[in-house]
Every structure is written in structure tokens, then in C-alpha cells.
Design a protein around this ligand. Structure first.
Ligand SMILES: [Zn+2]
Length: 317
């Protein structure tokens, strides 16, 4: 039987259970965003660090221990031309961090630096660097998609150190958008888990069901609806587990365990082409034979499956 109270397995206690969800000691210090004098002084401070974000990528450098770090620079070295400046926060040592959004990453600062997106860097960076990057990438994605006023169509301008876009024509203020999406591990009374395959996924890849929350819908309703639409199963109890920022381009993944009250599967055939119930033993055997590929990457999906599975999933084969 599935435990009524959801707790992470012991092996997850010594690391953040979900990638991109640790603050890494960064205080976003949002009360400074409208204070131009403070921002100016913070930018000029000799310990301030900044990095360029462009097209969802930053420069990272391997640390030699299997991880990587953000390549940052002091503000007096910053390539400010044609850059939008985002204030990201202050770390535990009082260092202020800014991101510079530009059309391109700077040329190679040294041989070790290389461009990386969040899917790669998210698993390599420290909690602090991952938090800085996910904030910068999310802001950049929002800025890119919301250049014009949704009320009157005028081009908007950036304010609040990257956290507001103002419309000079109608005075409208636009704030960063986050789109809620539910992602759920569906279990049945026998303790099996329902995993599905999206049509465009590589052969053998199975994962949790997921979908966007619709207007006028609670997140619990969305879990029930999506499980019904994608796999034809009915859901009783729904338990929230954890969330994860997912700025691809602007989602917030809300992770659940959903308890099915029916087990007959009817996939929609459009989004999900196949769904199967797995016992832990069946999934273990399917991983071992290569019939099912273990989920990889930074998504909360792998953590939700791991929560049920009770042990770390095998690494990418
Ligand atoms: Zn407007």
C-alpha cells in the first residue's frame, strides 16, 4: 500500500529533493527593486558579481569535481552595451548579483567557459548558482514574450530591475507570468504506478502524467482532469508533494501523488500514446532489460517516481 503521509525516501535527505528549488542562500531582496539609488550603489560595489544570460543560456565552467559554476564578473568588467540589467539578490556574504540580458553571450572569457542551458547546468551548479540562473532565465523568458502591452498594444519598458514592464501609453504595469502545471505520479490500491509515454518521446521513455491548469480550475481538479484525459483513470485522493520552477518558458510544476480509484487505461492517443501500470518489481526489471528508459534530467518527474520507487532510479543508460 502507498503510505498515506508522503515523505521523501531517506536517500534524498542530504540533498535538495527537487532540482532548482533550493534558495542557495540568495535573498531576492525585492524591496530594493524600485530604489534606483540603492540599485546604482549596489551595481558599483566592488564585490558585486554579474553574468550574462542570453537565449536561456549562461556561461559555466567545470569545477573539476563533476560540477560546474556560473562564470561571473565584477560589474566594472560587465558588457553593458545593449544589455538589460536584472537584480537577482544578495548572498549570505553580502554579495549582490545581477544578470545582464543580451542578444548573445560574451566571447569566450577563457578556455574553460562554455555556454549551457538550464537543463544541463541545473544538475551541475551549486544551489546558489542554480537559483541565480533559474531566476535570470525565467525573467528573460518573460521579458522576451511580453514586450508589448496586453491592454493597448504599445511597446513596454523594463522597470523594477527587470521585474516589471511598464506601458508608457496607458500606464499599465505588467508583472512576470508563471503558468501553473500539475505533474502527478498516479498510484493504484495495489501500490502500482502509472507511467505514460508522450507521442514524441524516444522509444522506451516513460514518465509521470502532466498538464496545464485551466482557467477557473483548482490544481486538484487539474490533476483529476488530466489523469482522466490522458489515461482514462479516475482519481480519488490527491496529495501535494512539492513544486519546481520550470521556466521552459514560464511554468511552475506542482507535483502530486494521485490515488486512482480505477485501473482501466484509455490513453488519449494524441498527447499520450501508451500508459502502463508498473509494480516496483516490474519497473526494476524493465529498467534492467532496457525496455524502459529511466527518466533523466532535472525534472521533478524523476523525483516523484523515485519517491514511490523507494530508491534512486538508475542513471541514464
Ligand atoms: Zn498599455
Amino acid at each position: 500500500m502507498v503510505a498515506a503521509v508522503i515523505t521523501w525516501p531517506d536517500h534524498t535527505t542530504d540533498r535538495p529533493p527537487v532540482t532548482l528549488t533550493a534558495t542557495g542562500g540568495i535573498d531576492r531582496a525585492s524591496h530594493h527593486r524600485l530604489d534606483e539609488a540603492w540599485l546604482g550603489a549596489a551595481w558599483s560595489h566592488p564585490t558585486t558579481r554579474c553574468f550574462v544570460v542570453s537565449g536561456g543560456q549562461v556561461l559555466i565552467e567545470d569545477t573539476g569535481d563533476g560540477g560546474a559554476e556560473l562564470v561571473t564578473m565584477p560589474s566594472f568588467d560587465a558588457p553593458l552595451t545593449e544589455a538589460h540589467r536584472y537584480f537577482l539578490g544578495i548572498d549570505e556574504d553580502g554579495v549582490r548579483y545581477f544578470a545582464l540580458q543580451k542578444d548573445a553571450l560574451p566571447g569566450r572569457m577563457d578556455d574553460a567557459a562554455r555556454p549551457a542551458g538550464l537543463r544541463e547546468a541545473g544538475t551541475l551548479l551549486s544551489e546558489r548558482d542554480a537559483q541565480l540562473m533559474v531566476h535570470a532565465v525565467a525573467l528573460e523568458n518573460w521579458q522576451r514574450m511580453h514586450r508589448f502591452c496586453s491592454r493597448c498594444g504599445e511597446r513596454t519598458v523594463i522597470a523594477a530591475a527587470g521585474h516589471i514592464r511598464r506601458c508608457p501609453a496607458c500606464g499599465g504595469e505588467h508583472y512576470p507570468r508563471t503558468d501553473p502545471a500539475v505533474i502527478m505520479l498516479v498510484t493504484d490500491p495495489e501500490g502500482r504506478a502509472l507511467l505514460g509515454r508522450q507521442v514524441h518521446w524516444p522509444k522506451g521513455r516513460f514518465s509521470t502524467l502532466a498538464g496545464f491548469v485551466e482557467p477557473g480550475e483548482s490544481i486538484e481538479q487539474a490533476v483529476v482532469r488530466e489523469a482522466g484525459e490522458e489515461a482514462g483513470v479516475t482519481i480519488g485522493r490527491v496529495e501535494y508533494v512539492a513544486s519546481q520552477p520550470w521556466p521552459f518558458p514560464s511554468s511552475l510544476m506542482l507535483g502530486f501523488v494521485a490515488h486512482a480509484t480505477s485501473t482501466e487505461i484509455r490513453v488519449d492517443g494524441e498527447e499520450i500514446e501508451e500508459a502502463r501500470w508498473f509494480s516496483r518489481e516490474e519497473l526494476r526489471a524493465a529498467f534492467a532489460s532496457g525496455e524502459v528508459l529511466p527518466p533523466s534530467g532535472i525534472s521533478i518527474a524523476a523525483r516523484l517516481i523515485e519517491l514511490w520507487y523507494g530508491q534512486p532510479l538508475p542513471g541514464p543508460l
